[in-house]
Design a binder for this molecule. Structure first.
Ligand SMILES: Cc1cc2nc3c(=O)[nH]c(=O)nc-3n(C[C@H](O)[C@H](O)[C@H](O)COP(=O)(O)OP(=O)(O)OC[C@H]3O[C@@H](n4cnc5c(N)ncnc54)[C@H](O)[C@@H]3O)c2cc1C
Length: 486
């Protein structure tokens, strides 16, 4: 018999994973499985994961792959029984635009940070100053004292100089979160960098990989197999599959319905009532899987530590995807993409908007066709929102003009697609971990578990892990006889 009622607010990958865990995970529902209702404001479940049909393919509109060497997403795919759809990334390597030309990135970087002076020397387009800074780090490293946290920019700039920081590290590491390395917390985004700085000595030598280096505060890893996976049906098919299986388990899924308030009802038989415009659902516990500012708005009046969640900034980004006949475009000879440092000059006025180009059909075999290529340009950073002021047509024209410079030949596309993600990427600034720990402590006294990309790291594996962890917390709250204050 079902016991208790849990409402999940937010149906991105974190909320859906929470519902999967609440409904029994791999084992499936049991006698003590609670009634579960998942509510999402959007008409489509999945949040930042979605697919569309484009140029005869099923294409991801948001995330297009996930780290294979963190187990959470791969485990979920296996539990859903769709492991036959896992597809390993098919190419490696990338290029960077430096001094007016594409330069190949060396292998063995740690999330964009060089790990030897030889790597830096191999990149034509970096100056003698950058080479000298790298050599100095190996032989006479700059001393620095690091406390509990420091920005990534602070560490890399002091150890390896400005050029390596902004021309090399920021395009990759800053690009993952659409943030600036001078703001992003090393403790939250790249803990091995903070550890390396703390150890003193050469940053590059300490970072030299024993295995691959991964983003995120908690990153369990295994060393075998590919670096990234996608799904042959698109990563956006993962939430669709999850939703289908959750429905089969009797989970109530409500899309297109925003939660407007979480109300405590101390004298009622349930501690919470969850309001939408038209309904009220009683609950013993709530899993809050919305972006953090929305969690802060829904709960902030109850505790100042939760109100602080409203102040976590998040960056937006847009992606313009093109299909072109093969003879209409010149691509680098190998690799999956191109990085463009921020502030790269554009025709003497302002800077380029494109921050990266992904060669989608090199990356993923299921997107490959003989007749055309599919590539995607990324624009937008926390402090570059020019794309917001442009309509789709103007944005596409501008991006195509920049690609004409970056790729030397970029002709007339067969098809184009603009996808905008206005607030998709939370920024982990200094002090982030404290804000999150405080908010979680406050939430748990209210029988609320928090999850999503603002809490346990950006990315699909982190989101799956975050949702499942929150579900276990919520179940423990419901199942404990001596539950917290209600
Ligand atoms: C452009 C882009 C590219 C990315 N690429 C990758 C990649 O290649 N690989 C990777 O691993 N990660 C990538 N990421 C990151 C990854 O997609 C996210 O970390 C992850 O999808 C976030 O999931 P989430 O469930 O935490 O949040 P979201 O997906 O944002 O879901 C939150 C949900 O809450 C709902 N909601 C909000 N308010 C309410 C309310 N009041 N009531 C009810 N529901 C509400 C929203 O509708 C939404 O569905 C990318 C992100 C972006 C934006």
């Amino acid at each position: 018999m079902a016991r208790g009622s849990i409402v999940v607010v937010g149906g991105g990958i974190a909320g859906l994973s929470a519902a999967w865990e609440l409904s029994g995970g791999a084992a499936g529902p049991g006698d003590d499985t609670p009634r579960i209702e998942l509510v999402d404001a959007s008409e489509r479940l999945g949040g930042a994961l979605a697919t569309t049909e484009f140029a005869g393919r099923t294409l991801d509109l948001g995330a297009d792959g996930f780290l294979a060497r963190r187990p959470e997403a791969v485990t979920l795919v296996r539990e859903l029984g769709v492991a036959d759809r896992l597809e390993a990334i098919d190419a490696s390597g990338a290029w960077i635009w430096l001094r007016g030309a594409l330069r190949e990135l060396p292998s063995g970087l740690a999330l964009g940070v060089p790990t030897s002076a030889a790597q830096v020397a191999s990149v034509r387009g970096l100056s003698w100053r950058a080479r000298l800074a790298a050599r100095r780090d190996e032989w006479l490293p700059v001393r620095m004292t690091v406390g509990d946290d420091a920005t990534i920019g602070d560490i890399v700039r002091r150890k390896l100089g400005r050029e390596i920081s902004y021309q090399f590290v920021e395009p990759m590491l800053g690009g993952i979160q659409a943030g600036r390395i001078d703001d992003l917390s090393a403790q939250s985004v790249f803990p091995p960098l903070l550890d390396a700085a703390r150890q003193g000595g050469s940053l590059m030598k300490v970072l030299r990989p024993k295995g691959p280096v991964q983003p995120g505060p908690t990153a369990p890893s295994t060393d075998a197999g590919p670096m990234f996976y996608s799904l042959t049906s698109g990563v956006g098919s993962l939430p669709t599959e999850l939703a289908r299986r959750l429905s089969e388990r009797g989970v109530v899924l409500r899309a297109g319905v925003a939660v407007t308030a979480l109300r405590r009802t101390p004298s009622g038989s349930y501690p919470w009532e969850i309001d939408t415009a038209t309904t009220t659902t009683p609950a013993d516990s709530v899993v809050l899987a919305t972006p953090a500012p929305m969690a802060g708005r829904l709960l902030g009046s109850l505790d100042e530590r939760l109100e602080r969640l409203t102040r976590i900034p998040s960056a937006g980004a847009a992606m313009v995807t093109f299909s072109l006949a093969r003879d209409e475009v010149t691509l680098p000879p190998r690799g999956t993409g191109v990085l463009v440092p921020l502030g790269t000059n554009w025709s003497g006025e302002g800077s380029m908007m494109v921050t990266a180009v992904t060669l989608l059909d090199r990356k993923w075999p299921h997107l490959r066709r003989d007749e055309d290529v599919v590539l995607r340009a990324h624009v937008g950073r926390i402090d570059d929102e020019r794309w917001l002021a442009m309509d789709d047509h103007d944005l596409t024209v501008r991006v195509a003009a920049e690609l004409r410079v970056l790729l030397s030949r970029f002709g007339t596309p067969n098809a184009t697609l603009v996808q905008r993600w206005p607030h998709g990427l939370p920024q982990y600034y200094l002090g982030h971990q404290r804000v999150i720990a405080d908010a979680r402590a406050a939430a748990s006294t209210l029988r609320v578990a928090l999850c999503g990309s603002a809490y346990d790291g950006v990315g699909i594996p982190a989101g799956v892990g975050s949702g499942r962890r929150a579900a276990r917390e919520a179940l423990a709250m419901v199942r404990s006889d001596s539950g917290p204050d209600s």
